[in-house]
Design a protein around this ligand. Structure first.
Ligand SMILES: CC(C)(COP(=O)(O)OP(=O)(O)OC[C@H]1O[C@@H](n2cnc3c(N)ncnc32)[C@H](O)[C@@H]1OP(=O)(O)O)[C@@H](O)C(=O)NCCC(=O)NCCS
Length: 158
């Protein structure tokens, strides 16, 4: 299944998909769409993930995979592609909040982080400021620039 940027017409589709997977969607606007990666089966969404840019940092949000496609590495592929795009664009650290997937992100190499250490711009995002409970786990992924030809050993291709 191909992972690609969301289409500019997919705002309500993504809002419904995220809401169906118990993730925040009420703050999503059309301008967020260009930072979404999606995976489709026909005209149905199967998975998505998004980056909210706060250069040089970013917030990963809205990772979801349809129930019948879970456990096959799709979330890993979505996260890998988002991370690689962010690295290529010069982002230095990604952050996220999660109430459901802390173990998965630790498995993918993300690091537990104190909210107080998160840059102000990221902390002012709606996820940090309003949508995610204080009990949500906070994680970060430092992105080192990769030299040409170097392999990503943290997330090998499937
Ligand atoms: C969380 C979610 C996106 C995972 O999707 P998925 O496609 O089943 O995940 P993957 O198959 O890509 O798993 C990626 C890796 O994490 C591992 N993993 C998955 N769940 C894990 C867990 N609870 N603890 C530790 N590792 C876990 C997998 O074994 C896999 O590792 P591997 O590649 O080394 O085998 C999916 O369950 C979902 O949509 N949940 C509802 C929405 C949600 O909670 N999103 C998270 C918001 S932050």
């Amino acid at each position: 299944m191909t992972i690609e940027p969301a289409a500019s017409t997919e705002l309500s589709l993504l809002q419904e998909f995220l809401t169906a997977h118990a993730l925040p969607a009420e703050d999503l606007e059309a301008r967020h769409l260009e930072e979404f990666l999606v995976c489709r089966e026909g005209d149905q969404l199967v998975g998505c993930v998004a980056l909210e840019p706060y250069p040089p940092d970013g917030l990963l949000r809205s990772l979801a995979v349809r129930e019948d496609q879970r456990g096959r590495g799709l979330a890993r592929r979505l996260v890998d592609q988002l991370v690689e795009r962010a690295r290529q664009r010069g982002f230095t650290t990604l952050y996220l909040l999660t109430t459901t997937a802390e173990a998965l992100f630790l498995h993918l190499g993300w690091l537990p982080t104190d909210r107080a250490e998160v840059p102000d711009a990221v902390r002012q995002s709606s996820e940090f400021a309003a949508l995610c409970p204080a009990s949500a786990a906070c994680l970060r992924l430092p992105l080192s620039p990769r030299s040409p030809g170097e392999r990503d050993t943290r997330s090998p291709p499937r």
